[in-house]
Design a protein around this ligand. Structure first.
Ligand code: DOR
Ligand code: ZN
Length: 379
């Protein structure tokens, strides 16, 4: 159970803003505030964990988002449909009363995943994708794939048959490759050959961090290849890892990159391209697992994600394209209906809590203690 209130608190001072009419989105503006009404967003990449950590974080995601693609990198990983069904039940149980949040489950691909497991997953109606973690790439990826173009070939063929998307953690793991180059090398040596071999496989390149990835996704067939983009890769560059000392709460994988990459990703998502959609990669770790000699990768951003995305689109002069990114491109790519309810984003300052306490520790969110400008709330 969370001891700290979850939801964004309004500050007393409200800035005076100029009215600005943008596109088809419903925007109300007065002398005191600007308000956007958008279709309820979904989160196409989310880590909810399990146990008390799950209970601590699920209220944040369910407050802001209608659905979320739930990552399977638990300990042990969710490698079967049966495990995904059970995990889904525990998520539903942890939801706040009256929440209609829908978890969209995924399977964790291994070298031994069988084609029949993909059939079961499709038949279950609750598994929507399969996640590829190259073994050793990130948190709990030790059981991930070591032989994609060998042992995994039959499974990939069955995924094409079942129209089951492959979600890709796009980094090579070789220690010889510089950590800042791992995404580009993955595109050249794994992703590009994979797409050539399986042009009908739906692939989402998750949490893209480089201009190389943004360009690559834009060069592909938009029916089959798309990408999720996190809040942190839109507003932070690698300097934020070292600003005034080591900043463990800005450490995630793939690691933050140079400013030119951040700018390229902002241009890609604010261009209005259908290929990019919201995926927070919100990845909570208890504070002591971040602030320690060998800290875990992952940024807890669910409480602030929508505020950050809105700021990015506003600063790019592209608020009219925000709703497609948050609420349309994802379901369209997955072949799912768009949400019908709405949320509002009000341009009013609110303070991010410094931490969220729960039964056995606390979680430090992205932008802890800072003031953000766009305040989301359900309509
Ligand atoms: O920063 C990350 N944290 N990247 C991932 O790929 C996994 C995630 C986690 O599960 O903590
Ligand atoms: Zn992730």
């Amino acid at each position: 159970m969370l001891k700290t209130s979850f939801f964004p608190r309004k500050l007393s001072s409200v800035p005076i803003l100029n009215a600005r009419g943008v596109g088809a989105i419903h925007i109300k503006a007065s002398t005191t505030k600007m308000e956007l009404a958008i279709t309820r967003p979904d989160d196409w990449h989310l880590h909810l964990r399990d146990g008390e950590l799950l209970e601590a974080v699920v209220p944040h995601s369910s407050y802001h988002f209608g659905r979320a693609i739930i990552m399977p990198n638990l300990k042990p990983p969710i490698t079967t449909t049966a495990a995904a069904v059970a995990y889904r039940q525990s998520i539903l149980k942890a939801l706040p009363k009256n929440s209609d949040f829908t978890p969209l489950m995924t399977l964790y691909l291994t070298d031994t995943t069988s084609p029949s497991e993909i059939k079961l997953a499709r038949e279950s109606g609750v598994v929507f994708a399969v996640k590829l973690y190259p073994a050793g790439a990130t948190t709990n990826s030790q059981d991930g794939v070591t032989d994609l173009f060998g042992k995994c070939l039959p499974v990939l063929e069955e995924m094409v048959n079942q129209n089951m998307p492959l979600l890709v953690h796009g980094e090579v793991t070789s220690p010889d490759v510089d950590v800042f180059d791992r995404e580009k090398v993955f595109i050249d040596t794994v992703l590009s050959p994979l797409i050539q071999k399986f042009p009908q496989l739906k692939v989402v390149m998750e949490h893209i961090t480089t201009k190389d990835a943004a360009d690559f996704v834009q060069s592909c067939d938009e029916r089959f290849v798309a990408a999720t983009v996190t809040p942190q890769h839109l507003v932070l560059n690698r300097n934020s890892l070292f600003q005034g000392g080591l900043q463990p709460h800005n450490y995630c994988l793939p690691v933050l990159k140079r400013e030119i990459h951040r700018q390229a990703i902002v241009s890609a998502v604010t261009s209005g391209s259908k290929r990019f959609f919201l995926g927070t990669d919100s990845a909570p770790h208890e504070r002591s697992k971040k602030e320690c000699p060998c800290g875990c990768a992952g940024i807890y951003n669910s409480p602030v994600a929508l505020s950050v995305y809105a700021k990015v689109f506003e600063e790019a002069g592209a608020l009219d394209k925000l709703e497609a990114f948050t609420s349309f491109n994802g379901p369209d790519f997955y072949g799912l209906p768009r949400n019908t309810s709405k949320i509002t984003l009000r341009k009013t300052p609110w303070k991010v809590p410094t931490s969220f306490s729960f039964t056995w520790g606390d979680i430090v969110p992205m932008f802890a203690g800072e003031t953000l400008e766009w305040l989301p709330s359900p309509l």
